[in-house]
Write a protein that binds this ligand. Sequence first.
Ligand SMILES: C[S@@+](CC[C@H](N)C(=O)[O-])C[C@H]1O[C@@H](n2cnc3c(N)ncnc32)[C@H](O)[C@@H]1O
Length: 202
Amino acid sequence: MVEIEYRKARVSLGDSDCVYEPAEDSFLLADAALEDAEPGMRILEVGTGSGFVSAVLLANLKDIYLLAIEINPHAARCARANGVEVIRTDLFRGIKPEKPENRFDLILFNPPYLPTSKEEKVPGWLNYAFDGGISGRETLDRFLDEVRDYLKPGGKILVLISSITGLEAVREKIKGMGFKVDIIERKKVSFEELMVVRGILL
Ligand SMILES: C[S@@+](CC[C@H](N)C(=O)[O-])C[C@H]1O[C@@H](n2cnc3c(N)ncnc32)[C@H](O)[C@@H]1O
């Protein structure tokens, strides 16, 4: 069974082989989130997988309220076993924006970002961890279309992308949704460069 210890958090992958194993992208987002998150914040993690990023925040910050959402039932179960509160839903479908408790200071997403054709799909639930559709941005674009309805005024998003996701297209989309955009982390990993994009709601 895979167990990962990182920045005071301990996360186990359990016995399922359909849960994304935290990797360089997860570590980069967790590091960026720890820089931006503050005690007392309400935080939402979209696509929590094993719960790794959320577990790092919970282990390091006092008095945060943290909710996660996840489409893969195996991952949702795994994240709960790692101490994360999870709603199983396709993006924001399962949470209503008109409820004040569904407004957050910070929303995080390490999305499936690989450009993926029909032939490249992975069988089963694990496909949701990788499959960004033909553009690599299909799930991310759906997230960006809705995310501002779940933010408090001045709220922030942190999104992990890769150079193969297309930085300029992502930057323009986030700007177009009414955010100030910055790249706050970068790391070269084999054939790609990973980046954390921060959007602050204007
Ligand atoms: C690249 S993995 C990241 C997992 C984890 N956050 C991490 O950093 O290790 C993407 C995660 O998003 C989830 N996901 C993909 N599409 C989703 C959707 N439409 N709604 C909710 N979760 C989704 C996948 O199941 C997967 O767990």
